[in-house]
Design a protein around this ligand. Structure first.
Ligand code: C5P
Length: 237
């Protein structure tokens, strides 16, 4: 899969989402549908956005007992998403079950990636709240190796960790990286952030960008800036 910029469509209605996507005309950016949109509009929004010609990363971050995750993945597989995800913290047994549930009768399936540690989690909360004493980089690498051994296609991680993950898991193991900002000063609730250009240097395969595009005065220009900085040229129309 080629490198790409994925726009996080964190809206609370189909109207807002389609009005936003209409701004892009014939361009069909790769979009991420997260919990907010999925829970407010329902599964049909995935089919609708696919029908409009976009690739879809369905970011529902499943985390439950293996059997529940397996059955839920079977349902998600039917929606036509290109990438789906879960929390690596659910263990290898859960990840393997997810993969089984996701695989359709004809053997095809969406890509499955695992969230390592949320980019809003820093080392202090890791240690003091989750009682994980290891450094963040080590935790992320171990979770990525767990995902690899379960047969997954990649992980969601901070761009700051992409290089380490590729070194541990191979260059074909996907790194999908949120926590991207145009300038280091403007982080919002994200803690481990980087710019599109630095994400490119770190070897991220996909960057996921939400508010820097959706809340921009000119979202199309912001998207184009991301594409230019991350991919080095403006994506074909
Ligand atoms: O607006 P912003 O660019 O911070 O959006 C980032 C998106 O990526 C959000 O939709 C968030 O849920 C998602 N995400 C994340 N960190 C992860 C996994 C997903 O920020 N580890």
């Amino acid at each position: 899969m080629a490198k790409d910029v994925i726009i996080a469509c964190d809206f609370d209605s189909a109207e807002k989402t389609f009005a936003f996507l209409d701004l892009f005309g014939n361009r069909k950016p790769f979009v991420k549908i997260g919990m907010e949109l999925f829970y407010s509009v329902g599964p049909n929004v995935v089919r609708e956005i696919k029908k409009r010609g976009h690739k879809v990363f369905l970011d529902l971050k499943l985390h439950d007992i293996p059997n529940t995750v397996k059955k839920s993945m079977t349902v998600l597989s039917g929606l036509g998403a290109d990438i789906v995800n879960l929390h690596a913290a659910g263990t290898t047994a859960m990840m393997k079950a997810a993969l089984e549930g996701l695989t359709r009768k004809d053997g095809t399936r969406p890509l499955l990636i695992a969230v390592t540690q949320l980019t809003s989690t820093d080392e202090e909360s890791l240690k003091n709240e989750l009682l994980i004493d290891k450094p963040m980089a080590e935790v992320v690498e171990r979770y990525a190796l767990n995902a690899l051994s379960a047969g997954l296609d990649g992980v969601v991680c901070s761009p700051l960790e992409a290089e380490k993950v590729h070194r541990a898991c191979g260059k074909n193991f996907l790194t999908v990286t949120p926590g991207v900002r145009f300038a280091y000063g403007d982080k919002g609730d994200q803690k481990r952030v980087t710019t599109p250009e630095d994400a490119k240097k770190a070897g991220s395969d996909y960057i996921v960008v939400g508010r820097p595009i959706t809340a921009a005065e000119d979202p199309v220009a912001a998207y184009e800036r991301c594409v230019r900085e991350f991919m080095g040229n403006v994506k074909e129309k």
